[in-house]
Every structure is written in C-alpha cells, then in structure tokens.
Design a protein around this ligand. Structure first.
Ligand code: ATP
Ligand code: MG
Ligand code: MG
Length: 385
C-alpha cells in the first residue's frame, strides 16, 4: 500500500504508526523532537519544524494521505499541505479544534450546547458581560490557543479577578467560561470517512487530577438517554465538519442533567486508550481505516475496562517504577511510551485493566486500576521520605 504521513510524533502518533505498519502502510512522521515516540518507529522521521518548507515538500511528495496526532500545526503549513496533498482531517476542522474561540462559535452555530462563555481578547480591556449567555461565577479563563492538560487556565471566583487573570495568561486571546457543576465527564470517539460513513466508540467516563486525565472507565455510569445523546452529538459534529479521520469529543454532564460539549480534538485521544485492549478495533486502527477510506470496523466493547494514566511523577529519582506488581495482575495490560525523561505531569504510559467474565460494569476494573496506581505512587512517596 501507499505511504502515509503523520503530523506530530507523540504517543498517539506512535500507536497510529504501529497500527498502520501492521496493516502494511509505511508511515513518515514530521516532528522536530529527535526522541519523539512516533519518529523512532516510523519508516522515516522528518526531524524538522512543522512549518519547514523542505519537510512539507517531502511529505506532500511521498505520502498518499497525511493525517495528524497533534492539533497545533501552524495554519500556513496546514493550508500548504491541503493544497498539494490529501490532508485528513482538513484545514477547517484543524483550525476550529486549535482555537477555543472558533470552536465555541462553531458549536453554537450547529446547535451544540456549551458552558456559558464570552471572548476576552488581546489588546482590549477585559470586561465581564453579565447579559444572557455570558459567564456566571466561579469561572475559568482559558487561552484560546495551545492549552492542554489544564495548562493556560486560571480559575476566577468573581468578576473582579479578570484583569489579573488575563495578565497572568499573557493578555492573549482567551475564552472566559462558567465553571459548571459536574456529575460526570464523558468522551466519545467517532470515525468518519470521506463518503460519510461513521462509527462511534462506546461512551467513556473520565476522571481528572489537576486538569490531567487520570482514569477512564467504560461503560460509563450514565443512563441510556445521555449515553445516546452524547453519541448523537459526536456524530453531528463530525457530520457538520465534513470530517475525515478520527474525532474526539469531550463532554460535561452537569448535576442539572445538561450535556455540554467541553472541547473537541481532531485526532485519537488519551481517553480512547481503552480501545487497545477492550474493543473490536483500536482507535488507532480505526484512524488508519478512516483516513485511507477503508471500511470502518465495528467499534464495540468486548469487556468492561478501566484505563489509568502513568505520569512522570510515578518515576522514582533516576529509576524505573517496579513494573512487576503491575504485570503480576493478569488482567492489567501495561503500555509504556519509551520516553527517556520522566518529568512531572508528563504522560509516560498507561495501564488498561480488563473486566473478568461475569462482570457487567467497570467497577472491579476501576478499583484494580486505582490500586495499581496507588501502589506505584506509594513506592515513590516511600522512596522520597
Ligand atoms: P486536554 O488535555 O483535555 O486538552 P485542556 O487543557 O484543553 O485539556 P480542558 O479540557 O478545557 O483543558 O479542561 C481540563 C479539565 O478541567 C476538564 O476536563 C474538567 O475536568 C475541568 N474543566 C474545564 N473547564 C471546566 C468548566 N467550564 N467547568 C468545570 N470543569 C471544567
Ligand atoms: Mg484541550
Ligand atoms: Mg480537555
């Protein structure tokens, strides 16, 4: 088969490369980091900036289809590639997903509910609009661009804190949104091909620690109604973007029962790692299928599952965590990204804990995942003390 191109070289990209290679497609990866997880397993690693003209030329010349695992590709590079190669998803979806102001406006236009929000723009005196639709407090100020894992966000108890919060974020374009009371956080992955076929994965339930995903469990503990509505909204967004590839949609289910979209990601998603071990197809193989215009695979859950993230904080100073305890749990699948440097907050790997026959929810899997994580965390705390 033809060669595929990938923008971005993180762990999401590494799993895409492995899936594609397993299906017979060589992959070229563009990522400036020489140690990027995907670059190291790619047929060719273009170790250049995302807007390097020679690198873009090489990708466009060699690759039948180019996709992404990272949304913050500079817009001129995206447009250059789109004009000369088959870029999936295309510039509109990437542009919307990389800017919270565009994203909120788009979701509003297509009738998808989001938390009350307003723009706070660079070069303007920040003012809180208390009119209908404006944010209520407490609220969160988020940079429009480049935020991830809760970075680029400041929480505000009241309107008077806005100027200081805006200054703290560098006076760049921001979104001010109401902090909603969460019953659950959910996410849905949907794959869509150029001919309009789509396939959604089961709804995932997510727990965050300090703005970073900690645990995902599937099935989510929600009723049929919000479950079906979340899936329908994800399909609707993909449809309205004329999306080609794999799209992730993050949701808030509020205590008042509202289902709001938090944000979208034009790529595989951390909360979709459970699909590697507990679905009829992984999110990464489905991404290959979607961008190559192959038939989409049915995306069904084969067993209840819980995924727990392994951040760099779990690495003792100058040592590897003790993986034996994790591997001894037969229902746990350990996935490590091979990153050399274990920085605090950095995603280094994850564990998928599978349900056992007879379990019809993810309760036992989630307890085991938490216990394994706790064991690793205590080993670090113990080592330091
Ligand atoms: P990601 O790594 O998912 O891209 P991000 O940096 O873009 O994260 P958000 O998804 O906006 O950040 O927020 C991170 C987390 O903070 C959310 O998953 C949620 O737990 C909490 N959060 C964000 N916005 C709100 C809100 N309006 N109300 C309540 N909680 C919120
Ligand atoms: Mg985000
Ligand atoms: Mg998020």
């Amino acid at each position: 088969p033809a060669t595929l191109g990938l923008l971005g070289g993180g762990q999401l990209g590494r799993y895409f490369v492995e899936a594609a290679q397993g299906m017979g497609y060589p992959v070229w990866v563009l990522d400036p980091d020489p140690a990027s997880p995907a670059g190291r397993v790619a047929a060719r690693h273009l170790c250049q900036a995302f807007d390097d003209p020679d690198a873009l030329q090489a990708l466009a010349g060699a690759c039948a289809v180019i996709t992404t695992e990272f949304e913050n590709i500079p817009r001129p590079a995206v447009e250059w590639l789109d004009a000369r190669a088959c870029l999936r998803p295309g510039p509109r979806a990437l542009s919307i997903a990389q800017d919270r102001l565009e994203e909120k406006a788009f979701l509003g236009e297509i009738g998808v509910a989001v938390a009350p929000w307003q723009a706070v723009l660079a070069g303007q005196t920040p003012e809180v609009r208390m009119d209908a639709g404006g944010p209520a407090f407490p609220a969160i100020l988020k940079t429009a661009r480049l935020g991830y894992d809760g970075k680029g966000q400041v929480r505000l108890a009241q309107a008077g804190e806005l100027p200081a919060a805006h200054a703290e974020l560098g006076l760049v374009d921001c979104v001010l949104e109401a902090q909603v009371e969460l019953e659950r956080e959910l996410s849905v992955l949907v794959a869509r091909t150029a001919d309009g076929a789509n396939e959604a994965f089961p709804v995932a339930e997510n727990t965050h620690h300090e703005g970073i995903l900690h645990l995902t469990r599937v099935p989510a503990r929600v009723g049929d109604e919000p479950r079906e509505r979340a899936t329908a909204i994800a399909r609707h967004i993909a449809e309205q973007l004329d999306y080609q590839g794999l799209l992730a949609v993050e949701f808030f289910l509020t205590v008042a029962g509202e289902l709001l979209v938090n944000e979208i990601a034009p790529r595989p998603h951390n909360s979709g790692h459970y699909t590697q071990d507990a679905c009829t197809v992984s999110q990464f193989e489905q991404q290959v299928r979607a961008v190559c215009g192959l038939g989409l695979a049915p995306a069904l859950l084969t067993t209840p599952v819980a995924m727990v993230n392994l951040l760099g904080d779990l690495w003792p100073a100058a040592a590897e965590p003790d993986w034996q305890g994790v591997l001894a749990a037969g229902r746990a699948r350990l996935h490590l990204y091979g990153k050399a440097e274990a920085r605090s907050g950095r995603k280094m790997g994850h564990i998928n804990v599978l349900g056992l026959p007879g379990e019809d929810d993810a309760g036992a899997a989630a307890s085991t995942a938490e216990a394994l994580w706790q064991g690793l965390a205590e080993a670090v705390d113990g080592g330091v003390a």
